[in-house]
Design a protein around this ligand. Structure first.
Ligand SMILES: [Zn+2]
Length: 381
């Protein structure tokens, strides 16, 4: 059988299988249960957070022959045909590739006729903001006096570009980016089901790299499986993402906190020799500092399944809360400065040197009665 990409194979087919977006799913299920159905919904959010997936599940629920509590049954002919992408009363338009009025007009002209087999004729228009002005006007005519049997499910990454006349006729839902933990949990589930071995640390890395997009996370997972011949190891994911081994980050922070300048420089040079991307290193460093701050604030929050949790805990004990905050600020500012630096290496090194020179330890080491070099008063005699 041909390999099916994970994002497709594991696309949720019921509301219950969705990760996140509980606020949207709850509202939609309530409306379906109570039969309070709007005629147009607008789902907004960044790519890969579940807009089209929710739209398809909603289309199924609307047409399912035995929907229960707003969930489609998944086995009736409407559900199976929608899943197979050949339900005649569901029209999916990708406005990013079909902006011409002809297509939309054709589609809307058919809207007045009753559905052929289903209860509702459902129009899913993806990236609806890409429609031309005349296409919007054509759609507006149907939206102004929508036939009972017509439902629009619009999706967009850019709601600001949707005309207000359309917006005001839609029930709008804002989808949130998924958290790294939500992505992590889903990746674990998928790999367990696929019986593919994995490192938890590798999944954490993918979870962070996906920046809230489940689709991106699953594509990265596909890539990493292909790269490492059937398993998802931390090493291969690091190589794939250009992410530095966390050991370097622990060493680096320990050296900075201990004001060990030579060791700090060694660390940075060694990372450079491994040709890591320093922009990614700064991201990883910020993520590690956040972890340290959380573990320090709430020690019970430490997740024992994370491979290097012992090192995180150790470092959290060595650093003060102020140091962590200060380093975090340096790292975040370093990210901002990186494009302005002569090159990534210099930009990163400067950030690290800044952390060293601002380290509270440097200040702490000057004892209250200690003479600072070069400030001796001449003998008053
Ligand atoms: Zn069904």
């Amino acid at each position: 059988m041909a390999y099916q990409v994970l994002a497709r194979k594991w696309r949720p087919r019921r509301f219950a299988d969705l990760v996140g977006q509980e606020h949207v799913v709850g509202a939609l299920k309530n409306a379906l249960q109570q039969g309070r159905l709007h005629h147009a919904w607008l789902l907004t959010g960044t790519r890969g957070v579940g807009k089209t997936t929710i739209a398809r599940i909603l289309a199924k629920s609307l047409n399912c022959e035995n929907a229960e509590n707003g969930e489609p049954c998944g086995v009736c002919s409407s559900c199976t045909q929608i899943d197979a992408g050949r339900f005649v009363d569901l029209l999916e338009i990708d406005a990013a590739s079909n902006t011409g009025i002809d297509n939309i007009r054709e589609v809307l002209e058919n809207a007045q006729y009753a559905p052929t087999v289903g209860k509702y004729k459902v129009y899913i228009i993806d990236e609806v903001h890409m429609l031309s002005k005349s296409a919007f006007n054509a759609m507006l005519k149907t939206l102004e006096e929508p036939p009972e049997h017509v439902k629009f499910i619009l999706a967009t990454t850019d709601p600001q570009k949707v005309p207000i006349t359309v917006l005001s006729r839609c029930l709008q839902f804002v989808l949130r980016n998924l958290t790294a933990e939500q992505v992590f949990g889903r990746l674990q589930f998928v790999l367990d089901e696929e019986k593919i071995p994995y490192d938890n640390n590798a999944l954490q890395l993918i979870g962070r790299a996906a920046a809230g997009s489940m689709r991106d996370a699953l594509s990265l997972l596909d890539q990493s499986i292909a790269l490492s011949s059937g398993e998802v190891s931390e090493n291969s994911v690091r190589q794939m993402l250009g992410v530095v081994d966390r050991r370097y980050l622990f060493d680096l922070l320990t050296a900075i906190a201990g004001q060990d300048n030579a060791e700090v420089l060694d660390c940075v040079q060694e990372m450079s020799a491994h040709s890591v991307g320093f922009a990614t290193v700064l991201d990883e460093l910020a993520a590690l500092l956040l972890e340290l701050a959380v573990v320090q604030a709430v020690p019970t929050s430490a997740d024992p399944s994370v491979g290097d949790i012992a090192e995180v805990q150790k470092l959290a004990q060595q650093l003060s809360a102020e140091e962590i905050q200060l380093y975090y600020q340096c790292v975040i500012n370093g990210k901002k400065d990186l494009p302005l630096a002569p090159d990534e290496y210099s930009g990163f090194l400067m950030t690290v040197l800044r952390m060293l020179s601002f380290s509270p330890l440097a200040a702490r080491e000057v004892k209250i009665d200690q003479q600072i070099d070069g400030t001796e008063l001449s003998d008053p005699k």
